[in-house]
Design a binder for this molecule. Structure first.
Ligand SMILES: Cc1ncc(C[n+]2csc(CCOP(=O)(O)OP(=O)(O)O)c2C)c(N)n1
Ligand SMILES: [Mg+2]
Length: 594
Protein backbone atom coordinates (compact mmCIF):
# COMPACT_ATOMS: atom_id res chain seq x y z
CA UNK A 1 0.00 0.00 0.00
CA UNK A 2 1.12 3.53 -0.62
CA UNK A 3 -0.08 6.84 0.69
CA UNK A 4 -1.95 9.13 -1.69
CA UNK A 5 -3.32 12.62 -1.53
CA UNK A 6 -7.08 12.24 -0.87
CA UNK A 7 -8.11 14.35 -3.86
CA UNK A 8 -5.78 12.35 -6.10
CA UNK A 9 -7.63 9.27 -4.84
CA UNK A 10 -10.95 10.85 -5.79
CA UNK A 11 -9.70 11.69 -9.29
CA UNK A 12 -8.32 8.16 -9.69
CA UNK A 13 -11.78 6.82 -8.84
CA UNK A 14 -13.48 9.20 -11.29
CA UNK A 15 -11.12 7.93 -14.01
CA UNK A 16 -11.77 4.32 -13.10
CA UNK A 17 -15.53 4.93 -13.25
CA UNK A 18 -15.14 6.10 -16.87
CA UNK A 19 -15.32 9.89 -16.46
CA UNK A 20 -14.03 11.80 -19.51
CA UNK A 21 -15.37 15.29 -18.83
CA UNK A 22 -16.22 17.40 -15.81
CA UNK A 23 -18.45 20.45 -16.24
CA UNK A 24 -18.18 23.11 -13.60
CA UNK A 25 -17.00 26.36 -12.07
CA UNK A 26 -14.09 26.52 -9.60
CA UNK A 27 -14.14 28.52 -6.38
CA UNK A 28 -11.92 28.78 -3.32
CA UNK A 29 -13.69 25.99 -1.44
CA UNK A 30 -13.14 23.33 -4.13
CA UNK A 31 -9.59 24.09 -5.27
CA UNK A 32 -7.99 20.96 -3.75
CA UNK A 33 -10.17 18.87 -6.09
CA UNK A 34 -9.30 21.12 -9.06
CA UNK A 35 -5.59 20.77 -8.18
CA UNK A 36 -5.91 16.99 -8.49
CA UNK A 37 -7.99 17.29 -11.69
CA UNK A 38 -5.34 19.50 -13.27
CA UNK A 39 -2.96 16.55 -13.37
CA UNK A 40 -5.38 13.99 -14.80
CA UNK A 41 -4.35 12.67 -18.21
CA UNK A 42 -7.85 11.38 -18.93
CA UNK A 43 -10.36 13.85 -17.59
CA UNK A 44 -10.98 17.07 -19.52
CA UNK A 45 -12.32 20.14 -17.76
CA UNK A 46 -15.07 22.29 -19.25
CA UNK A 47 -15.45 25.59 -17.35
CA UNK A 48 -19.05 26.66 -17.82
CA UNK A 49 -20.50 30.15 -17.36
CA UNK A 50 -23.19 29.17 -14.85
CA UNK A 51 -23.43 26.11 -12.56
CA UNK A 52 -26.92 25.31 -13.83
CA UNK A 53 -25.37 25.09 -17.29
CA UNK A 54 -22.79 22.67 -15.88
CA UNK A 55 -25.46 20.36 -14.51
CA UNK A 56 -27.39 20.36 -17.81
CA UNK A 57 -24.22 19.70 -19.80
CA UNK A 58 -23.41 16.74 -17.52
CA UNK A 59 -27.03 15.63 -17.94
CA UNK A 60 -26.80 15.79 -21.76
CA UNK A 61 -23.54 13.84 -21.64
CA UNK A 62 -25.14 11.17 -19.46
CA UNK A 63 -28.21 10.86 -21.71
CA UNK A 64 -26.12 10.48 -24.85
CA UNK A 65 -23.62 7.98 -23.41
CA UNK A 66 -25.47 6.11 -20.67
CA UNK A 67 -22.50 7.00 -18.42
CA UNK A 68 -22.51 9.09 -15.23
CA UNK A 69 -22.14 12.85 -15.86
CA UNK A 70 -20.08 14.98 -13.46
CA UNK A 71 -20.70 18.57 -12.46
CA UNK A 72 -18.53 20.53 -10.01
CA UNK A 73 -19.07 23.75 -8.08
CA UNK A 74 -17.77 25.55 -5.05
CA UNK A 75 -19.62 26.28 -1.80
CA UNK A 76 -22.68 28.49 -1.28
CA UNK A 77 -24.43 29.74 -4.45
CA UNK A 78 -22.69 27.21 -6.70
CA UNK A 79 -24.62 24.38 -5.10
CA UNK A 80 -27.90 26.25 -5.04
CA UNK A 81 -27.44 26.98 -8.77
CA UNK A 82 -27.21 23.22 -9.33
CA UNK A 83 -30.58 22.37 -7.79
CA UNK A 84 -32.55 22.72 -11.05
CA UNK A 85 -30.13 20.38 -12.79
CA UNK A 86 -30.41 17.81 -10.01
CA UNK A 87 -34.19 17.97 -10.08
CA UNK A 88 -34.21 17.56 -13.87
CA UNK A 89 -32.08 14.42 -13.60
CA UNK A 90 -34.13 12.97 -10.76
CA UNK A 91 -37.33 13.51 -12.73
CA UNK A 92 -35.97 11.87 -15.89
CA UNK A 93 -33.84 9.11 -14.27
CA UNK A 94 -30.48 10.47 -15.43
CA UNK A 95 -27.29 9.54 -13.55
CA UNK A 96 -25.14 12.54 -12.64
CA UNK A 97 -22.95 13.36 -9.65
CA UNK A 98 -22.65 16.96 -8.45
CA UNK A 99 -19.61 17.67 -6.31
CA UNK A 100 -19.62 20.84 -4.21
CA UNK A 101 -16.95 22.47 -2.11
CA UNK A 102 -17.84 23.53 1.39
CA UNK A 103 -16.43 25.75 4.16
CA UNK A 104 -14.37 23.81 6.73
CA UNK A 105 -16.62 21.75 9.01
CA UNK A 106 -15.21 23.55 12.04
CA UNK A 107 -16.73 26.90 10.98
CA UNK A 108 -20.00 25.76 9.40
CA UNK A 109 -22.00 26.75 12.47
CA UNK A 110 -20.49 30.26 12.52
CA UNK A 111 -22.22 31.61 9.41
CA UNK A 112 -18.94 31.18 7.53
CA UNK A 113 -18.60 32.80 4.10
CA UNK A 114 -20.62 30.90 1.46
CA UNK A 115 -21.51 28.12 3.84
CA UNK A 116 -24.95 26.73 3.13
CA UNK A 117 -26.41 23.33 4.03
CA UNK A 118 -26.38 22.18 0.42
CA UNK A 119 -26.66 18.48 1.28
CA UNK A 120 -29.94 19.25 3.09
CA UNK A 121 -31.21 21.53 0.31
CA UNK A 122 -30.47 18.90 -2.35
CA UNK A 123 -31.99 15.95 -0.47
CA UNK A 124 -35.46 15.88 -2.10
CA UNK A 125 -33.97 16.23 -5.61
CA UNK A 126 -31.33 13.51 -5.37
CA UNK A 127 -31.17 9.76 -4.82
CA UNK A 128 -28.44 10.41 -2.26
CA UNK A 129 -27.11 13.68 -0.88
CA UNK A 130 -24.20 13.53 1.52
CA UNK A 131 -21.65 15.75 3.23
CA UNK A 132 -18.44 13.81 3.75
CA UNK A 133 -17.24 14.13 7.34
CA UNK A 134 -14.01 12.14 7.30
CA UNK A 135 -11.27 12.16 4.69
CA UNK A 136 -10.89 8.39 5.05
CA UNK A 137 -14.47 7.92 3.81
CA UNK A 138 -13.80 9.57 0.46
CA UNK A 139 -13.00 6.51 -1.68
CA UNK A 140 -16.02 4.61 -0.39
CA UNK A 141 -18.40 7.54 -0.67
CA UNK A 142 -17.43 8.10 -4.32
CA UNK A 143 -17.76 4.40 -5.20
CA UNK A 144 -21.16 4.34 -3.53
CA UNK A 145 -22.21 7.52 -5.36
CA UNK A 146 -21.56 5.88 -8.73
CA UNK A 147 -23.34 2.70 -7.65
CA UNK A 148 -26.42 4.61 -6.52
CA UNK A 149 -26.46 6.88 -9.60
CA UNK A 150 -26.43 3.83 -11.91
CA UNK A 151 -28.60 1.37 -10.04
CA UNK A 152 -32.33 0.70 -10.35
CA UNK A 153 -33.98 3.82 -11.72
CA UNK A 154 -30.80 5.87 -12.33
CA UNK A 155 -30.56 9.38 -10.90
CA UNK A 156 -28.48 12.18 -9.39
CA UNK A 157 -26.23 12.24 -6.33
CA UNK A 158 -24.69 15.23 -4.54
CA UNK A 159 -21.43 14.99 -2.60
CA UNK A 160 -20.47 17.98 -0.45
CA UNK A 161 -16.78 18.23 0.46
CA UNK A 162 -15.73 20.54 3.33
CA UNK A 163 -12.30 22.04 2.72
CA UNK A 164 -10.74 20.30 5.72
CA UNK A 165 -11.96 16.95 4.36
CA UNK A 166 -10.45 17.69 0.94
CA UNK A 167 -7.17 18.71 2.58
CA UNK A 168 -7.03 15.83 5.06
CA UNK A 169 -4.10 13.50 5.64
CA UNK A 170 -2.92 11.24 2.84
CA UNK A 171 -4.81 7.98 2.55
CA UNK A 172 -3.61 4.41 2.34
CA UNK A 173 -4.96 3.56 -1.09
CA UNK A 174 -4.04 0.99 -3.71
CA UNK A 175 -6.00 1.40 -6.97
CA UNK A 176 -5.42 -2.29 -7.75
CA UNK A 177 -7.42 -3.25 -4.69
CA UNK A 178 -10.38 -1.01 -5.50
CA UNK A 179 -13.02 -1.27 -8.23
CA UNK A 180 -16.56 -0.32 -9.18
CA UNK A 181 -19.28 -1.55 -6.87
CA UNK A 182 -21.60 -4.02 -8.65
CA UNK A 183 -24.97 -2.83 -9.93
CA UNK A 184 -27.59 -5.57 -9.83
CA UNK A 185 -30.16 -5.79 -12.64
CA UNK A 186 -33.36 -7.41 -11.38
CA UNK A 187 -34.59 -10.33 -13.47
CA UNK A 188 -38.31 -10.85 -14.01
CA UNK A 189 -40.34 -13.60 -12.39
CA UNK A 190 -40.78 -16.15 -15.18
CA UNK A 191 -44.30 -17.10 -14.13
CA UNK A 192 -45.29 -13.44 -14.41
CA UNK A 193 -43.69 -13.31 -17.87
CA UNK A 194 -45.75 -16.36 -18.93
CA UNK A 195 -48.88 -14.66 -17.64
CA UNK A 196 -47.99 -11.54 -19.62
CA UNK A 197 -47.63 -13.56 -22.83
CA UNK A 198 -50.94 -15.29 -22.14
CA UNK A 199 -52.59 -11.88 -21.79
CA UNK A 200 -50.99 -10.72 -25.05
CA UNK A 201 -52.18 -13.86 -26.87
CA UNK A 202 -55.72 -13.32 -25.52
CA UNK A 203 -55.79 -9.65 -26.58
CA UNK A 204 -57.11 -8.55 -29.95
CA UNK A 205 -55.59 -5.09 -30.03
CA UNK A 206 -52.47 -5.04 -27.82
CA UNK A 207 -49.84 -2.30 -27.81
CA UNK A 208 -46.33 -2.08 -26.38
CA UNK A 209 -45.83 1.22 -24.53
CA UNK A 210 -42.07 1.88 -24.52
CA UNK A 211 -40.91 4.39 -21.91
CA UNK A 212 -37.58 5.98 -21.09
CA UNK A 213 -36.61 2.80 -19.24
CA UNK A 214 -36.28 1.03 -22.61
CA UNK A 215 -33.76 3.67 -23.75
CA UNK A 216 -31.85 3.63 -20.45
CA UNK A 217 -31.61 -0.18 -20.52
CA UNK A 218 -30.47 -0.13 -24.20
CA UNK A 219 -33.33 -2.52 -24.89
CA UNK A 220 -34.63 -1.29 -28.27
CA UNK A 221 -33.42 -4.37 -30.15
CA UNK A 222 -35.23 -6.65 -27.70
CA UNK A 223 -38.33 -4.46 -27.93
CA UNK A 224 -38.39 -4.63 -31.71
CA UNK A 225 -37.69 -8.38 -31.75
CA UNK A 226 -40.75 -8.97 -29.55
CA UNK A 227 -42.91 -6.49 -31.47
CA UNK A 228 -42.05 -8.02 -34.84
CA UNK A 229 -42.34 -11.62 -33.70
CA UNK A 230 -45.84 -11.13 -32.30
CA UNK A 231 -46.76 -8.21 -34.61
CA UNK A 232 -47.64 -5.82 -31.79
CA UNK A 233 -47.80 -2.06 -32.54
CA UNK A 234 -45.41 0.06 -30.46
CA UNK A 235 -46.18 3.47 -28.98
CA UNK A 236 -43.18 5.17 -27.35
CA UNK A 237 -43.57 7.83 -24.66
CA UNK A 238 -41.75 11.16 -24.97
CA UNK A 239 -38.86 9.69 -22.96
CA UNK A 240 -38.99 6.54 -25.09
CA UNK A 241 -38.88 8.41 -28.39
CA UNK A 242 -36.45 6.59 -30.66
CA UNK A 243 -37.04 3.13 -29.14
CA UNK A 244 -38.72 2.24 -32.48
CA UNK A 245 -37.82 3.84 -35.84
CA UNK A 246 -40.71 6.13 -36.73
CA UNK A 247 -41.05 4.81 -40.28
CA UNK A 248 -41.49 1.23 -39.03
CA UNK A 249 -44.85 -0.26 -39.94
CA UNK A 250 -45.50 -1.15 -36.29
CA UNK A 251 -44.90 2.44 -35.16
CA UNK A 252 -48.19 3.61 -33.65
CA UNK A 253 -47.22 7.19 -32.81
CA UNK A 254 -46.98 8.90 -29.44
CA UNK A 255 -49.92 9.07 -27.05
CA UNK A 256 -50.55 12.11 -24.89
CA UNK A 257 -52.35 15.39 -24.37
CA UNK A 258 -49.54 17.52 -25.86
CA UNK A 259 -46.70 15.71 -27.61
CA UNK A 260 -48.91 13.25 -29.46
CA UNK A 261 -50.19 12.28 -32.87
CA UNK A 262 -53.88 12.06 -33.61
CA UNK A 263 -53.59 8.51 -34.89
CA UNK A 264 -51.70 7.45 -31.77
CA UNK A 265 -54.41 8.62 -29.39
CA UNK A 266 -57.12 7.03 -31.53
CA UNK A 267 -55.25 3.71 -31.68
CA UNK A 268 -54.69 3.78 -27.95
CA UNK A 269 -58.41 4.38 -27.37
CA UNK A 270 -59.17 1.32 -29.53
CA UNK A 271 -56.59 -0.92 -27.82
CA UNK A 272 -57.55 -3.64 -25.33
CA UNK A 273 -54.15 -4.33 -23.69
CA UNK A 274 -51.20 -2.07 -22.93
CA UNK A 275 -47.84 -3.58 -22.04
CA UNK A 276 -45.91 -0.70 -20.47
CA UNK A 277 -42.15 -1.15 -20.14
CA UNK A 278 -40.09 1.40 -18.19
CA UNK A 279 -42.84 4.01 -18.39
CA UNK A 280 -44.30 5.94 -15.49
CA UNK A 281 -47.71 7.14 -16.71
CA UNK A 282 -46.82 10.82 -16.48
CA UNK A 283 -49.79 13.19 -16.57
CA UNK A 284 -48.78 14.82 -19.88
CA UNK A 285 -48.95 11.30 -21.33
CA UNK A 286 -52.15 10.01 -19.72
CA UNK A 287 -54.32 13.13 -19.39
CA UNK A 288 -57.63 12.30 -17.70
CA UNK A 289 -57.00 8.88 -16.18
CA UNK A 290 -60.53 7.52 -16.58
CA UNK A 291 -60.36 8.09 -20.35
CA UNK A 292 -56.81 6.76 -20.51
CA UNK A 293 -57.60 3.58 -18.60
CA UNK A 294 -61.03 2.89 -20.12
CA UNK A 295 -61.70 -0.86 -20.06
CA UNK A 296 -58.30 -1.85 -21.33
CA UNK A 297 -55.92 -4.03 -19.36
CA UNK A 298 -52.46 -2.88 -18.30
CA UNK A 299 -49.25 -4.77 -17.66
CA UNK A 300 -46.64 -2.58 -15.98
CA UNK A 301 -42.99 -3.64 -16.08
CA UNK A 302 -40.56 -1.42 -14.16
CA UNK A 303 -37.16 -1.75 -12.54
CA UNK A 304 -38.33 0.29 -9.55
CA UNK A 305 -40.94 -1.54 -7.40
CA UNK A 306 -42.26 1.74 -5.98
CA UNK A 307 -43.35 2.84 -9.46
CA UNK A 308 -45.84 0.03 -9.90
CA UNK A 309 -49.31 1.05 -8.78
CA UNK A 310 -48.17 4.62 -8.15
CA UNK A 311 -50.58 6.19 -10.66
CA UNK A 312 -53.16 3.37 -10.94
CA UNK A 313 -53.18 -0.36 -10.17
CA UNK A 314 -52.16 -2.46 -13.19
CA UNK A 315 -53.68 -5.85 -14.00
CA UNK A 316 -50.20 -7.34 -13.81
CA UNK A 317 -47.04 -5.81 -12.33
CA UNK A 318 -43.53 -7.13 -13.02
CA UNK A 319 -40.36 -5.80 -11.39
CA UNK A 320 -37.50 -6.15 -13.84
CA UNK A 321 -34.79 -4.49 -15.83
CA UNK A 322 -36.41 -3.57 -19.16
CA UNK A 323 -33.95 -5.49 -21.30
CA UNK A 324 -34.15 -8.66 -19.20
CA UNK A 325 -37.95 -8.49 -19.23
CA UNK A 326 -38.11 -8.02 -23.01
CA UNK A 327 -35.63 -10.86 -23.55
CA UNK A 328 -37.74 -13.14 -21.36
CA UNK A 329 -40.95 -12.09 -23.11
CA UNK A 330 -39.32 -12.81 -26.47
CA UNK A 331 -38.24 -16.29 -25.38
CA UNK A 332 -41.56 -17.24 -23.82
CA UNK A 333 -43.43 -15.90 -26.86
CA UNK A 334 -41.71 -18.59 -28.95
CA UNK A 335 -43.17 -21.29 -26.74
CA UNK A 336 -46.66 -19.95 -27.33
CA UNK A 337 -46.64 -19.07 -31.01
CA UNK A 338 -44.70 -19.15 -34.24
CA UNK A 339 -43.86 -15.76 -35.75
CA UNK A 340 -47.19 -14.04 -36.35
CA UNK A 341 -48.42 -12.32 -39.50
CA UNK A 342 -49.74 -8.74 -39.35
CA UNK A 343 -53.35 -8.78 -38.16
CA UNK A 344 -56.29 -6.50 -38.91
CA UNK A 345 -55.10 -4.47 -35.91
CA UNK A 346 -51.76 -3.81 -37.60
CA UNK A 347 -53.65 -2.83 -40.74
CA UNK A 348 -55.67 -0.43 -38.60
CA UNK A 349 -52.43 1.23 -37.46
CA UNK A 350 -51.48 1.80 -41.08
CA UNK A 351 -54.92 3.08 -41.99
CA UNK A 352 -55.08 5.64 -39.19
CA UNK A 353 -51.53 6.80 -39.85
CA UNK A 354 -52.64 7.41 -43.41
CA UNK A 355 -55.69 9.45 -42.52
CA UNK A 356 -55.20 11.17 -39.15
CA UNK A 357 -52.24 13.46 -39.65
CA UNK A 358 -51.68 17.17 -39.24
CA UNK A 359 -50.81 19.68 -41.91
CA UNK A 360 -47.25 21.05 -42.03
CA UNK A 361 -46.84 22.32 -45.61
CA UNK A 362 -48.01 25.87 -44.92
CA UNK A 363 -46.72 28.41 -47.46
CA UNK A 364 -47.52 31.60 -45.56
CA UNK A 365 -45.34 34.41 -44.27
CA UNK A 366 -45.00 34.93 -41.33
CA UNK A 367 -43.94 31.30 -41.23
CA UNK A 368 -46.21 28.81 -39.49
CA UNK A 369 -44.12 26.95 -36.88
CA UNK A 370 -45.28 23.55 -38.18
CA UNK A 371 -43.44 24.24 -41.43
CA UNK A 372 -40.13 24.55 -39.57
CA UNK A 373 -40.42 20.91 -38.43
CA UNK A 374 -41.27 19.71 -41.92
CA UNK A 375 -38.08 21.35 -43.18
CA UNK A 376 -36.02 19.89 -40.34
CA UNK A 377 -37.34 16.39 -41.10
CA UNK A 378 -36.28 16.81 -44.70
CA UNK A 379 -32.81 18.26 -44.04
CA UNK A 380 -31.60 16.35 -40.96
CA UNK A 381 -30.56 12.73 -41.48
CA UNK A 382 -31.63 9.71 -39.48
CA UNK A 383 -28.54 9.93 -37.27
CA UNK A 384 -29.21 13.47 -36.05
CA UNK A 385 -29.40 13.99 -32.29
CA UNK A 386 -32.17 16.38 -31.26
CA UNK A 387 -32.23 18.30 -27.97
CA UNK A 388 -35.27 20.25 -26.76
CA UNK A 389 -36.72 21.42 -23.42
CA UNK A 390 -40.15 22.98 -22.83
CA UNK A 391 -42.53 25.33 -24.62
CA UNK A 392 -44.70 25.29 -27.72
CA UNK A 393 -41.61 24.69 -29.84
CA UNK A 394 -40.93 21.52 -27.82
CA UNK A 395 -44.54 20.34 -28.12
CA UNK A 396 -44.39 20.78 -31.90
CA UNK A 397 -41.11 18.90 -31.87
CA UNK A 398 -42.84 15.99 -30.12
CA UNK A 399 -45.71 16.14 -32.61
CA UNK A 400 -43.76 16.52 -35.83
CA UNK A 401 -40.08 15.73 -35.43
CA UNK A 402 -38.96 12.27 -36.52
CA UNK A 403 -36.63 9.99 -34.56
CA UNK A 404 -35.20 6.73 -35.83
CA UNK A 405 -32.75 5.56 -33.17
CA UNK A 406 -32.56 5.28 -29.38
CA UNK A 407 -30.51 7.97 -27.57
CA UNK A 408 -31.18 10.34 -30.49
CA UNK A 409 -33.94 12.45 -28.97
CA UNK A 410 -33.29 14.27 -25.71
CA UNK A 411 -36.02 16.14 -23.89
CA UNK A 412 -36.02 17.13 -20.20
CA UNK A 413 -39.56 15.79 -20.26
CA UNK A 414 -40.64 15.97 -16.64
CA UNK A 415 -38.98 19.01 -15.00
CA UNK A 416 -38.95 21.12 -18.19
CA UNK A 417 -36.37 23.75 -17.15
CA UNK A 418 -36.17 26.58 -19.68
CA UNK A 419 -32.62 27.09 -20.93
CA UNK A 420 -31.72 23.39 -20.90
CA UNK A 421 -30.88 23.08 -24.59
CA UNK A 422 -27.79 25.27 -25.02
CA UNK A 423 -25.76 23.53 -22.26
CA UNK A 424 -27.30 20.07 -22.84
CA UNK A 425 -26.18 20.29 -26.50
CA UNK A 426 -22.59 20.75 -25.29
CA UNK A 427 -22.75 17.49 -23.31
CA UNK A 428 -24.50 15.61 -26.12
CA UNK A 429 -22.00 16.76 -28.75
CA UNK A 430 -18.98 15.90 -26.57
CA UNK A 431 -20.54 12.46 -26.11
CA UNK A 432 -21.17 11.94 -29.84
CA UNK A 433 -18.63 14.13 -31.64
CA UNK A 434 -19.18 12.47 -35.02
CA UNK A 435 -22.92 13.13 -35.11
CA UNK A 436 -24.94 16.21 -35.96
CA UNK A 437 -26.49 17.70 -32.82
CA UNK A 438 -29.48 20.02 -33.19
CA UNK A 439 -30.98 22.03 -30.36
CA UNK A 440 -34.57 23.09 -31.02
CA UNK A 441 -35.16 26.20 -28.90
CA UNK A 442 -37.76 28.85 -28.19
CA UNK A 443 -36.69 32.47 -28.11
CA UNK A 444 -37.26 32.64 -24.36
CA UNK A 445 -35.65 29.29 -23.54
CA UNK A 446 -32.54 30.30 -25.49
CA UNK A 447 -32.32 33.52 -23.47
CA UNK A 448 -32.33 31.60 -20.16
CA UNK A 449 -28.83 30.09 -20.47
CA UNK A 450 -27.50 31.61 -23.68
CA UNK A 451 -24.17 32.52 -22.03
CA UNK A 452 -23.23 28.84 -22.40
CA UNK A 453 -22.80 29.44 -26.14
CA UNK A 454 -19.47 31.02 -25.15
CA UNK A 455 -18.45 27.74 -23.53
CA UNK A 456 -19.17 25.84 -26.74
CA UNK A 457 -17.13 28.38 -28.72
CA UNK A 458 -14.23 28.28 -26.27
CA UNK A 459 -14.00 24.47 -26.29
CA UNK A 460 -14.85 24.12 -30.01
CA UNK A 461 -18.12 22.22 -29.61
CA UNK A 462 -20.14 22.66 -32.82
CA UNK A 463 -23.88 22.21 -33.04
CA UNK A 464 -26.91 23.71 -34.75
CA UNK A 465 -29.60 25.66 -32.91
CA UNK A 466 -32.97 26.11 -34.58
CA UNK A 467 -34.98 28.85 -32.89
CA UNK A 468 -38.74 29.05 -33.32
CA UNK A 469 -39.04 32.76 -32.50
CA UNK A 470 -42.56 33.98 -31.83
CA UNK A 471 -41.58 36.84 -29.52
CA UNK A 472 -43.70 35.23 -26.85
CA UNK A 473 -43.61 32.88 -23.93
CA UNK A 474 -45.87 31.02 -26.31
CA UNK A 475 -46.89 28.04 -24.18
CA UNK A 476 -47.90 30.33 -21.34
CA UNK A 477 -49.72 32.68 -23.73
CA UNK A 478 -51.74 29.69 -24.92
CA UNK A 479 -52.30 28.55 -21.32
CA UNK A 480 -53.73 32.01 -20.58
CA UNK A 481 -56.52 31.58 -23.16
CA UNK A 482 -59.02 30.12 -20.64
CA UNK A 483 -58.21 33.06 -18.34
CA UNK A 484 -59.02 35.41 -21.23
CA UNK A 485 -55.75 37.25 -20.83
CA UNK A 486 -52.53 37.94 -22.69
CA UNK A 487 -50.57 39.21 -19.72
CA UNK A 488 -46.86 39.15 -18.80
CA UNK A 489 -45.96 36.80 -21.68
CA UNK A 490 -45.08 39.24 -24.46
CA UNK A 491 -41.34 39.48 -25.16
CA UNK A 492 -41.58 42.11 -27.90
CA UNK A 493 -39.88 45.48 -27.70
CA UNK A 494 -38.26 47.88 -30.13
CA UNK A 495 -34.91 46.17 -30.35
CA UNK A 496 -31.83 46.88 -32.42
CA UNK A 497 -33.22 45.23 -35.54
CA UNK A 498 -36.60 45.86 -37.19
CA UNK A 499 -36.75 42.26 -38.50
CA UNK A 500 -36.87 40.75 -35.01
CA UNK A 501 -39.32 40.83 -32.11
CA UNK A 502 -36.82 42.48 -29.76
CA UNK A 503 -33.53 40.81 -28.98
CA UNK A 504 -31.35 40.18 -32.04
CA UNK A 505 -30.29 36.59 -31.36
CA UNK A 506 -27.98 36.46 -34.36
CA UNK A 507 -25.96 39.34 -32.93
CA UNK A 508 -25.95 37.60 -29.54
CA UNK A 509 -24.37 34.54 -31.16
CA UNK A 510 -21.83 36.65 -33.02
CA UNK A 511 -20.89 38.54 -29.86
CA UNK A 512 -19.70 35.24 -28.38
CA UNK A 513 -17.82 34.12 -31.50
CA UNK A 514 -20.59 31.84 -32.73
CA UNK A 515 -22.68 32.38 -35.87
CA UNK A 516 -26.28 32.80 -36.92
CA UNK A 517 -28.69 33.59 -39.70
CA UNK A 518 -32.26 34.88 -39.60
CA UNK A 519 -35.08 33.47 -41.72
CA UNK A 520 -38.40 35.16 -42.47
CA UNK A 521 -39.88 33.16 -45.36
CA UNK A 522 -40.60 29.41 -45.66
CA UNK A 523 -38.38 28.87 -48.68
CA UNK A 524 -35.40 30.28 -46.80
CA UNK A 525 -35.51 27.64 -44.05
CA UNK A 526 -33.92 24.74 -45.89
CA UNK A 527 -30.90 26.64 -47.28
CA UNK A 528 -30.32 28.16 -43.83
CA UNK A 529 -30.35 24.74 -42.16
CA UNK A 530 -27.94 23.35 -44.74
CA UNK A 531 -25.68 26.36 -44.26
CA UNK A 532 -25.75 25.91 -40.47
CA UNK A 533 -24.78 22.23 -40.68
CA UNK A 534 -21.87 23.08 -42.96
CA UNK A 535 -20.42 26.10 -41.20
CA UNK A 536 -20.84 24.76 -37.65
CA UNK A 537 -18.54 21.85 -38.55
CA UNK A 538 -16.14 24.03 -40.55
CA UNK A 539 -15.78 26.69 -37.85
CA UNK A 540 -16.31 24.35 -34.87
CA UNK A 541 -18.85 26.69 -33.26
CA UNK A 542 -22.60 26.62 -32.55
CA UNK A 543 -24.65 28.09 -35.40
CA UNK A 544 -28.14 29.49 -34.94
CA UNK A 545 -30.96 29.51 -37.46
CA UNK A 546 -33.42 32.04 -36.05
CA UNK A 547 -36.80 31.44 -37.67
CA UNK A 548 -39.19 34.34 -37.23
CA UNK A 549 -42.62 32.69 -37.00
CA UNK A 550 -46.22 33.74 -36.68
CA UNK A 551 -46.70 35.17 -33.21
CA UNK A 552 -49.85 33.49 -31.93
CA UNK A 553 -50.00 29.97 -33.36
CA UNK A 554 -51.45 27.48 -30.88
CA UNK A 555 -50.37 23.84 -30.56
CA UNK A 556 -52.92 21.04 -30.49
CA UNK A 557 -53.52 19.95 -26.91
CA UNK A 558 -56.25 19.00 -24.48
CA UNK A 559 -57.02 17.51 -21.09
CA UNK A 560 -57.84 13.95 -22.15
CA UNK A 561 -56.59 11.83 -25.04
CA UNK A 562 -60.08 11.88 -26.56
CA UNK A 563 -60.53 15.66 -26.49
CA UNK A 564 -57.44 17.22 -28.06
CA UNK A 565 -58.26 20.64 -29.46
CA UNK A 566 -56.94 21.18 -32.97
CA UNK A 567 -56.28 24.81 -33.84
CA UNK A 568 -54.97 24.31 -37.36
CA UNK A 569 -56.00 22.73 -40.63
CA UNK A 570 -55.74 18.94 -40.69
CA UNK A 571 -55.76 18.02 -44.39
CA UNK A 572 -57.49 14.83 -43.40
CA UNK A 573 -58.19 11.90 -45.67
CA UNK A 574 -56.14 12.96 -48.66
CA UNK A 575 -53.06 11.10 -49.77
CA UNK A 576 -50.12 11.56 -47.44
CA UNK A 577 -47.87 14.18 -49.08
CA UNK A 578 -44.47 13.07 -50.30
CA UNK A 579 -42.60 15.02 -47.62
CA UNK A 580 -44.37 13.12 -44.87
CA UNK A 581 -42.13 10.60 -43.16
CA UNK A 582 -44.53 7.69 -43.50
CA UNK A 583 -45.44 8.30 -47.12
CA UNK A 584 -42.83 5.96 -48.50
CA UNK A 585 -43.32 3.26 -45.89
CA UNK A 586 -47.05 3.25 -46.54
CA UNK A 587 -46.69 3.29 -50.29
CA UNK A 588 -44.16 0.47 -50.45
CA UNK A 589 -45.61 -1.85 -47.85
CA UNK A 590 -47.58 -4.88 -48.96
CA UNK A 591 -51.24 -4.63 -47.95
CA UNK A 592 -51.91 -6.79 -44.92
CA UNK A 593 -54.87 -9.08 -44.55
CA UNK A 594 -56.49 -10.63 -41.53
C1 LIG B 1 -37.27 27.68 -15.42
C2 LIG B 1 -38.65 27.77 -15.93
N1 LIG B 1 -39.42 28.87 -15.65
C3 LIG B 1 -40.68 28.95 -16.13
C4 LIG B 1 -41.22 27.95 -16.89
C5 LIG B 1 -42.65 28.06 -17.42
N2 LIG B 1 -42.64 28.13 -18.88
C6 LIG B 1 -42.86 27.03 -19.65
S1 LIG B 1 -42.82 27.35 -21.28
C7 LIG B 1 -42.54 29.00 -21.01
C8 LIG B 1 -42.40 29.94 -22.18
C9 LIG B 1 -41.40 29.45 -23.16
O1 LIG B 1 -41.22 30.43 -24.16
P1 LIG B 1 -40.34 30.10 -25.42
O2 LIG B 1 -39.06 29.44 -24.99
O3 LIG B 1 -40.20 31.31 -26.25
O4 LIG B 1 -41.17 28.95 -26.18
P2 LIG B 1 -42.61 29.06 -26.89
O5 LIG B 1 -43.61 28.47 -25.93
O6 LIG B 1 -42.87 30.49 -27.22
O7 LIG B 1 -42.47 28.21 -28.12
C10 LIG B 1 -42.49 29.28 -19.64
C11 LIG B 1 -42.28 30.62 -19.05
C12 LIG B 1 -40.40 26.82 -17.12
N3 LIG B 1 -40.82 25.76 -17.81
N4 LIG B 1 -39.13 26.78 -16.65
MG1 LIG C 1 -41.41 31.93 -27.78
Amino acid sequence: MSKMNPMDVVVKILEDEGVDYVFGVPGAAILPLYKALSTSARIKNISVRHEEGGTHAADGYARATGKVGISIGTSGPAGTNMITGLYTCLADSIPIICITGQAPSTVLHREAFQAVEIAEIARPVTKWSVQVKETAQLPWVFREAFRIARSGRPGPVLIDLPLNVQKGLDLEYDPDLDSRLPVAKPEPNLKAIRRAIEMIMDAERPMLLAGGGVIIADASDELMALAEYLQIPVTPTLMGKGAIPEDHLLYAGMVGIQTSQRYANQLFLESDLIVAIGARFADRHTGDLSVYRGNRKFIHIDIEPFQIGRVFPPDLGIVSDARLALQALGQVAQEFSSARQPSAWVERVRHLRYTLWRKTDFETTPIKPQRVYQEMNEVFGRDTLVVTAIGLYQIWSGQFQRTYNPRHYFCCGQAGPLGWEVPACIGVKLAQPEKLVVGVVGDYSFEFLMEEVAVAVQYKVPYVLVMVNNGYMGLIRQSELPYEMDFAVDLCYAGPNSETYGMDHVVVMEAMGAMGRRVNRPEEIKPALEWAIRVSEERRVPVLVEVIVERQTNAAMGTAINNIIEFEALSEGGPVPAHHHIAEAIATSIPVTD
